[in-house]
Design a binder for this molecule. Structure first.
Ligand code: GLU
Length: 323
C-alpha cells in the first residue's frame, strides 16, 4: 500500500516535473507576431525592431506577419481567435485596443476580455506631415488654405478607427475646417501616396515618417502630443500651432489570446522587457521620440482600461463612427 502510495506520489511529482519541463521549453518553434497594418508603417517598423531582439532571447524566430485591414481590427480579431498557446501574438496599438472599439459600430472582439495582455512597449507621437509641394508651410497656412478651398483637400490615414484618423477628425472639429478622409491599410501605403503627391496631407505616427522628415521629402507641420518630440525639436506641437488642448498619440503593446497560460505570458513578457532594454533598440526608439515603457501584463490591462475611458469623450466630440 505504502509502495503504491509512494509510486502514486512519485507519479504526480514526475508528471508535474514533466509538465514544468514542457512549459519551461516555450517556445519550441517560431512565434508569429501579427502586425495589424501594412509593411512600412509605424507598427511594422516598431515590431520588426523588437521581434529581432525577442528572437535572440527566446531562441526561436519571432516572425512578423502583416494582416492589414479595417483599421487594425482584422489582425487583432485573428489573434483573439488564435490558439491561446503563445505562438500567435499581436502588436496591438491604441487603434486595436481603444479607438477601434469606440469608433467601429460592429465590434469584432472585446479589447478588454478577449486578450491576455503581455506588455505595453512604447508610447509614440503622431505628426501632421505634408508633401513639400503643398502651398502651406505651417498649420496656420494650412488652415488658411483649407478655409479658402473647403472642398479641395483630403488627408490620408492608416485606416478607419486609427489614431491618425482620430487626429484628422479632431483637427477638423477643433479648427472648423473640411478635409476628406482617405483611409489606407496602414501608414506604409498611405505614405507612398503622400510621397507621390497623390494625396498632400497626412497624419502619421512618427516612427514611419521620421526618416522622410529628416530627408526633407516630407514636411512636418506639427506633432500631436502635448510636448514637442525630442528628436524633432523644431516642429511645434499642435497646441503651439494654434489648437490648444489638442492631443493624440499612439502606443504599441503585445497581446496574446485570452487563455494563454500565465507562464507563457511571463516568458513573452520577460523577452519583450529584455528587448526594450537593449541599447540598439533604445537608440531606434529615440530616433522616433518613442517613450519606452516595457510594462508588466497587469499594467497593460490597466492601461487599456484607462485609454478606453480617456478616448471615449474625444471620439464623441470628433464625431467619428464607422460601420
Ligand atoms: N496608426 C496606426 C496605429 O497606431 C498604425 C499605422 C501603421 O502602423 O501603419 O494604430
Amino acid at each position: 500500500m505504502s509502495i503504491c502510495k509512494t509510486l502514486f506520489a512519485g507519479g504526480i511529482v514526475a508528471g508535474l516535473l514533466l509538465a514544468g519541463a514542457a512549459q519551461a521549453q516555450f517556445p519550441e518553434r517560431a512565434v508569429t507576431l501579427v502586425v495589424p497594418f501594412a509593411a512600412g508603417g509605424s507598427t511594422d517598423v516598431v515590431a520588426r525592431v523588437i521581434a529581432q531582439k525577442m528572437s535572440e532571447d527566446l531562441g526561436q524566430q519571432v516572425v512578423v506577419q502583416n494582416v492589414a485591414g479595417a483599421g487594425g481590427s482584422l489582425g487583432a480579431s485573428n489573434v483573439a481567435r488564435a490558439e491561446p498557446d503563445g505562438y500567435t501574438i499581436l502588436m496591438g496599438t491604441v487603434a486595436t485596443h481603444a479607438l477601434n472599439p469606440l469608433i467601429l459600430k460592429n465590434k469584432p472582439y472585446d479589447a478588454e476580455t478577449d486578450f491576455a495582455p503581455v506588455s505595453l512597449l512604447v508610447l509614440v507621437p503622431n505628426v501632421l506631415v505634408v508633401n513639400p509641394e503643398l502651398p502651406a508651410k505651417s498649420v496656420k497656412e494650412l488652415l488658411a488654405l483649407l478655409k479658402a478651398e473647403p472642398d479641395k483637400w483630403s488627408y490620408a490615414s492608416s485606416g478607419n478607427g486609427t489614431p491618425l484618423h482620430l487626429s484628422g477628425e479632431l483637427f477638423k472639429a477643433m479648427a472648423g475646417v473640411k478635409m476628406e478622409h482617405i483611409p489606407y491599410k496602414g501608414s506604409g501605403p498611405a505614405l507612398n501616396d503622400l510621397l507621390g503627391n497623390q494625396v498632400s496631407i497626412m497624419f502619421d505616427n512618427l516612427p514611419s515618417s521620421s526618416a522622410h522628415i529628416t530627408a526633407g521629402t516630407l514636411k512636418a507641420l506639427a506633432v500631436t502630443t502635448a510636448d514637442r518630440a525630442p528628436s524633432f525639436p523644431d516642429v511645434p506641437t499642435m497646441a503651439e500651432a494654434g489648437l490648444p488642448g489638442y492631443e493624440t498619440y499612439t502606443w504599441n503593446a503585445l497581446f496574446a489570446p485570452k487563455g494563454t497560460p500565465q507562464d507563457v505570458v511571463a516568458r513573452l513578457n520577460a523577452a519583450a522587457v529584455k528587448a526594450m532594454g537593449d541599447t540598439a533598440v533604445a537608440e531606434r526608439m529615440k530616433e522616433f521620440s518613442a517613450t519606452i515603457i516595457a510594462s508588466t501584463p497587469e499594467a497593460l490591462a490597466d492601461h487599456v482600461k484607462a485609454e478606453i475611458s480617456k478616448w471615449t469623450p474625444v471620439v464623441a466630440d470628433a464625431n467619428v463612427q464607422m460601420d
